[in-house]
Design a protein around this ligand. Sequence first.
Ligand code: LR7
Ligand code: MN
Length: 592
Amino acid sequence: FNGLTNNSERTKLSSNNNNVPQAHHLVQEINIDQVSEPENQLVNNLILPDAVAAVGSNKFELEIQLDLAKQQENPKLGAEGKIAHLTDPDDIAQGELQLSKIALNEELSNHISYNRTVPDARHPSCRNKFYDISSLPTASVIIIFFNEPYSVLVRTVHSVINTTPERLLREVIIVDDGSSNIELKGKLDYYVKTRFSDKVKVLRLKNRLGLIRARLAGARLAKADVLVFLDAHCECVVQWLEPLVQRIKEKRTSVLVPIIDVIEAKNFYYSTNGYDTFQIGGFTLDGHFDWHDVPERERKRQRKECKDDIAICPTNSPTMAGGLFAISRDYFWEIGSYDEQMDGWGGENLEMSFRIWMCGGTLETIPCSRIGHIFREFHPYSFPNDKDTHGINTVRMAIVWMDDYQELLYMNRPDLRNHPDIGDVTHRQVLRNKLKCKSFEWYMRNIYPEKFIPTRNVINYGRVSALDDDRYCFDDLQQNIDEAYNLGVYSCYKHDIAPSQLFSYTYNKILRTERSCATIDDRRSTKYILMIPCNSDEEVGDTWTYTINKQFKHEQSGLCIDRKNLDKNLVHAAVCDSMSMTQQWEFQKSKI
Ligand code: LR7
Ligand code: MN
């Protein structure tokens, strides 16, 4: 269970771009002319070729030597992906400061070897797999970055090279999306030239184009059979690439994601959560990616497809997180690459997920491929013109791909309705026609049938208001809805249904929101109504009767939802009383 991931994806945009530390006083100016071509280029490890030693006085060389010296202080720090700690009080303070400013302990990263190992977190069956390297497709790995901490980025490149058979790795393309951090300029160029073979290429974008166009720029340069995209803060588990390219060899139109492990931003701990508990992707109707357990439906399909070993069977995933995936290069372009007019960050992952499924491809998690990703509590950068690029991109996606389901997005994000910055999406609609893609309804019924739709298979939906008093509507009271929370009441919103007040009562007699189902919390003397996370109706046992007296009666306990003696605006379950006004509720709809 990737506990951090939901929060990471849903993190509020933060804008402390100016605070990105540029502490490397040794770099005064950039002069790439000083970089001499080494004759003897080494891909792996940090052995200095003679030709490079000769330019040891170069200021970048000096700085790199200092970096390496730092890592030599404790060469085993963080090895095997273990928790790492700084010891020097100044370093510790510096790390704390960076955590608060860029959501990552850069100082700690600077002390950990570029070549540290991570644990082999794979299912044991993966180790018995044989891959015929000489017959597999080759890969171009594309790593985009914007003001990424230097040592984190460099470690990502080392990790890719250290864990990949030479023959399969055609090239690593690192794309600088207009970073301002000076360490990522001349010093990085010098490092790449002197420490890596020309397998590693640096592509510089003149201006910041956002992650979607940065990936496109990298893809245009790539030459291998398969494109692999990675975030700039990843570390790979041994043999991560083979199962991906193998699968693409078997099925050209499969788009593949590894299991994504969590690397902790504060201590670089590589946490694996066991090998058989990985999750797949879903989405929420406010336009965000989220994680879910593999449903029984998919397990059934796998039992047919991979009789021998279900645990490592390719696992269909309705969506992907977006940052780490492999796709045939030809297929990437055939299927419409990306929507080039998407700016900044966000939305492209759901767009690509829906497009792949609707237009004839498959999106699969490959369990024998595992990659760690550093999850940060907030974004360390601000967004172009401070726009909500995630929201805008998501509307672009929804107009093209979601058909009538678009309305559900606006119900959950009223601010995105008729947003002025959406731009034109005609070319993407033309693409959808050209590729003869299926409908979103088809996608929902066949690829993500367990997803609950608040307006489908329901007896009623809308806001739930006290019968006689519109100061009381069911409301989540802005609690964290990714976890269990207590049902509350709040003033009914007048004009539209507020997302926090959107409830459904299903044919299965479940009282729920998009993501939570109502049960009773009987751990305390006051029996609060507990809303617990649920994806499908099958996940919760509790049912409710809507009585002739307009009560919600809990069938298992016989109690009714009551707003008497509100405590912190929370309702509770009480003995049913058909005369009590505080137990009477009705669904209302306005403007939907
Ligand atoms: O303007 C930018 N230009 C960039 O080049 C902003 C970012 N970037 C780079 C950045 O340096 C990083 O390498 O783009 C990459 C992704 O940015 P992150 O790491 O800030 O994003 P994230 O990991 O929080 O977000 C996830 O969702 C994004 C939606 O647009 C992207 O698809 C990210 O790739 C994606 N990350 C993952 O899927 C990793 C797994 C995490 C989860 C969930
Ligand atoms: Mn990331």
